[in-house]
Design a protein around this ligand. Sequence first.
Ligand SMILES: C[S@@+](CC[C@H](N)C(=O)[O-])C[C@H]1O[C@@H](n2cnc3c(N)ncnc32)[C@H](O)[C@@H]1O
Length: 210
Amino acid sequence: MATMFDDDYVFRDLTREPTPAPIASAWQAQLAHPSGTLGWVAGRVMALANRSRNHWVVDGLGLMPGELVLEIGAGPGVGLARAARTGALVVGVDHSEAMVAAARKKNRRALAEGRVRLVRASAGTLPVASESLDVVFSVDAVPYWDDLFRGLCEVRRVLRPGGRAALAVRDPEWGPRLVSGMRAVGFHDVEVHTRADGSTCVTGWASEGV
Ligand SMILES: C[S@@+](CC[C@H](N)C(=O)[O-])C[C@H]1O[C@@H](n2cnc3c(N)ncnc32)[C@H](O)[C@@H]1O
């Protein structure tokens, strides 16, 4: 009989047997809105699984000291921490109380020094004044937004003309939707950047007079 320490057991278990749908959907629900114990686990998994994706996106933005930056769907706060290291002033929003708490823990020093702020809020109703920010970014959160168009309108609203946005997803199939959505709400020079693992980041510049 195979045991957990047997390669064949692990191979069969992880790659041949489909994950039961209820577990898969419960896990998806946690990625979309982490809560409770499973949400805490989801936060730890995200922090590891999305670490290099967050660094890729933030480093690509070329943030400057003093720039005002917003991350939407900050999760456990890995992207916020990377952004704050540049000297930018960074606000993170997430609609999950558990993730705001996790991100606070990870960024406690930057929070105490006033370089990071965290707010529980939704992508569709950002608690930020219009045309007040230099940069908005989001990593692996857009696919979970309830209303993509409304979220994109909010991204455009809070950016000053000439500000920039970077919206990253794991699945490259999201690229065309994000490109057309960003153009529709008032971004120009919209570009798709793809990493070897398929991670896709769509960037654009907020147009004047939208
Ligand atoms: C898969 S996690 C990614 C978290 C983080 N960006 C990272 O890369 O580790 C998705 C995050 O987006 C947040 N989220 C999903 N929909 C949201 C919305 N409409 N408004 C704000 N946050 C949202 C979830 O609570 C979750 O923390």
